[in-house]
Every structure is written in C-alpha cells, then in structure tokens.
Design a protein. Structure first.
Length: 206
C-alpha cells in the first residue's frame, strides 16, 4: 500500500485549504468527509436507515441528507450520536481503506478530522497537524457554517484538545492569521512537505 500521510486538525483550522494545495501538486487526497457523503448519498441503504430513524426532517428538498440538521440533532442528543456512529463508521472506514489501497502514487494524503479520536494514526506513516488557536477556530467555523457559536464549541469539545493533537504530529502547519495574507507562506510550506514526503515514501519502497 502507498505511503499514508494523515492530515488532521480541529474544526476551522484550514484542513481543506491545505489539502487542496497538495491536490494541486498531483497528490491523491482521500477526505473522510467526502467519503462520509458518498456512503449516505441519495438512494443508498444507509440514507434510508437514517431517515427511518430520524424522520424525513433530516432531508433536503432534493432528497439528499441535510448534514447541518443532522449534526445539530446528534450534538443535542448524545445517544443519537452513538447510534449514528455505530451505523456509519464501519462502512466509511471500509470505503476509505479501499480507496487507500487503490492508490499508486508514492504517497497519499488522508484527511480525517477525527484521525486521533478514532485511533487511525496507527494506519499512517506520517501525521500532519494543521494547528490554530481556539479563537481562530471559533471565528472561522461560525463565519463559514453560519452555526451558532454554542454548537461550534460543542464540536470542538468533542475533539481532542490542541496539546493532545500536537503530541501526535510528525509535522505541523500553523495556520493562524488571515488566510489571504498567509496563503503564499502556506503554499511554500506545503511544497516543502511534498518533497519531504516523496523522499520518505521512495525511501520506504527501497
């Protein structure tokens, strides 16, 4: 299997921005959130099971899953979160592993917000953490998602704390500050890590 670099960070840290920069360099990116969307898309058995459990209130007008509504429901009811995780985690994990095994590029970027919480770091050769301050998380997440700050705080509380996340890191990108001002620096850092990961991956293949 290809060399796996696990990318993680708290909500609002800029994981997608960093992942897209690797993607521009030709690196295959497997995003857990994208896989989570794939397994519950319209017409799937899993979506039918979710609707049977929560009712049609969690559907958008086009019949797709209303992820924002579902997220709000499960964070208000912890037992529902457990039910949903038990339903979705096995098929999501299976699909992610299938995609990881299918890669032929020297390394793959595996973007998983709960990489540490779900004990997936053992499947990675390298862990890259996107690090920001709590204030930055709150500001970006509320601006991006339009969610109430209380809900964002609940999501942050459900993730490992900053110091724990950093303790798992082999590499760290600090992504504080205005994204438009730090983008050039961010791009340079990604390019440096890209060359480093190519060298590590090729060395492991020998």
């Amino acid at each position: 299997m290809t060399y796996i670099v696990g990318l993680t960070g708290g909500i609002g840290s800029g994981k997608t921005t960093v992942a897209n920069l690797f993607l521009e360099l030709g690196v295959p990116v497997i995003d857990a959130d994208n896989v989570a969307r794939q397994v519950v898309k319209k017409g799937t058995l899993l979506l039918a099971q979710i609707v049977a459990h929560f009712g049609e209130q969690i559907l958008l007008d086009n019949g797709e899953l209303d992820r924002a509504k579902l997220r709000e429901l499960i964070f208000q009811q912890p037992e529902e979160k457990i039910w949903l995780n038990n339903l979705l985690h096995p098929p999501i994990r299976e699909e992610m592993l299938r995609q990881l095994h299918a890669q032929t590029y020297p390394y793959v970027l595996w973007v998983v917000p709960l990489l540490i919480e779900n004990h997936l770091t053992r499947l990675c050769q390298r862990v890259l953490v996107i690090d920001v301050k709590l204030e930055t998380q709150l500001q970006r997440a509320t601006q991006r998602d339009g969610n109430q700050i209380e809900l964002i705080q609940q999501i942050i509380n459900a993730q490992v704390d900053r110091s724990t996340r950093l303790s798992f890191a082999d590499d760290v990108i600090n992504n504080d500050g205005d994204l438009s001002q730090t983008f050039v620096t961010l791009k340079q850092k990604v390019l440096e890590l890209h060359h480093q990961y190519l060298e590590l991956a090729n060395a492991e293949r020998k």
